[in-house]
Write a protein that binds this ligand. Structure first.
Ligand code: 6PG
Length: 252
């Protein structure tokens, strides 16, 4: 089993956990903007990060980042229009982008509503290739930050157990059929995610405790535990957990 290097940041409750992740986001963004004049971040969807986004858009953190230099991507998206209640983009737009007045030119949402989702995935890969000025079949770009969540089944982004995207070794973004949800979702693949300089997992709640323990301390089985595929090649991996989500970990 490959050795897994990561940092655990455990807080008492979801609010404190979201605050810790938001503070880390803001600090890292300030460092990268000072060093390179921009900060590229892939946002996570679902419900957990909403509070983190709200904290980033509020004092004091909103004043700690030059938001005009932040470029937003998404780690995954559901096959719905951008104004759909299920849209990961819509959640971030409401909680973060609109409150901060982020310009459309800084936002690259996944066009997962397009009927041909393989084309949509290719289109998003081309967006990344153009933005980072990297050949579309070259080594993936290195995002400054990828934010991830974790499902009770140990999926992350839209990398669900026993789905084709887990085995992808060429494309950076794919349309991934998720039979158990009777849907297809666009998702960044592990080869793109793992090139990030920083990867944050934000996970709260007792219902995630078993999955957290399996990912971090269980046997290595990426088909069953997809989040084990997340092992940054050069960057750093940090788990922001509340005590409930960390409750089944043997080593804290
Ligand atoms: C999505 C997310 C997904 C999410 C987990 C956790 O599109 O739903 O990308 O990977 O992070 O399912 O979701 P919650 O935060 O809602 O528990």
């Amino acid at each position: 089993m490959p050795t897994r290097k990561f940092t655990l940041q455990i807080q008492k409750d979801p609010e404190a956990t979201c605050r810790a992740a938001a503070e880390a986001f803001a600090a890292w963004a300030a460092v990268r903007i000072a060093a390179q004049g921009r900060f590229t971040a892939a946002l996570s969807g679902g419900s957990t990060p909403r509070r983190m986004y709200q904290l980033l858009a509020d004092k004091p953190l909103r004043g700690q980042v030059d938001w005009s230099k932040v470029i937003f991507f998404w780690g995954d998206e559901r096959p719905v229009p951008p104004d759909d209640a299920q849209s990961n983009y819509r959640m971030a737009r409401e909680a973060l982008l609109e409150p901060l007045g982020i310009a459309d030119s800084q936002v690259y949402r996944m066009p997962a509503e397009l009927p041909n989702r393989d084309q949509a995935a290719q289109q998003y890969q081309n967006v990344l290739s153009d933005f980072f000025q990297i050949a579309p079949l070259g080594e993936p770009p290195s995002l400054d930050l990828v934010l991830l969540g974790l499902g009770p089944d140990a999926h992350t982004a839209s990398l669900f157990p026993a789905t084709p995207a887990l085995l992808e070794t060429r494309r950076w973004v794919v349309s991934n059929p998720v039979l158990k949800l009777n849907t297809e979702r666009l998702t960044m693949t592990p080869m793109l995610i793992n090139r990030a300089a920083q990867i944050y997992f934000l996970v709260t709640g007792a219902e995630k405790a078993k999955a957290v323990a399996e990912v971090l301390e269980g046997s290595f089985d990426t088909q069953r535990i997809p989040a084990q595929l997340i092992r940054p090649s050069q960057g750093q991996l940090t788990w922001f957990l509340d005590e409930a989500a960390a409750s089944q970990l043997k080593q804290k």
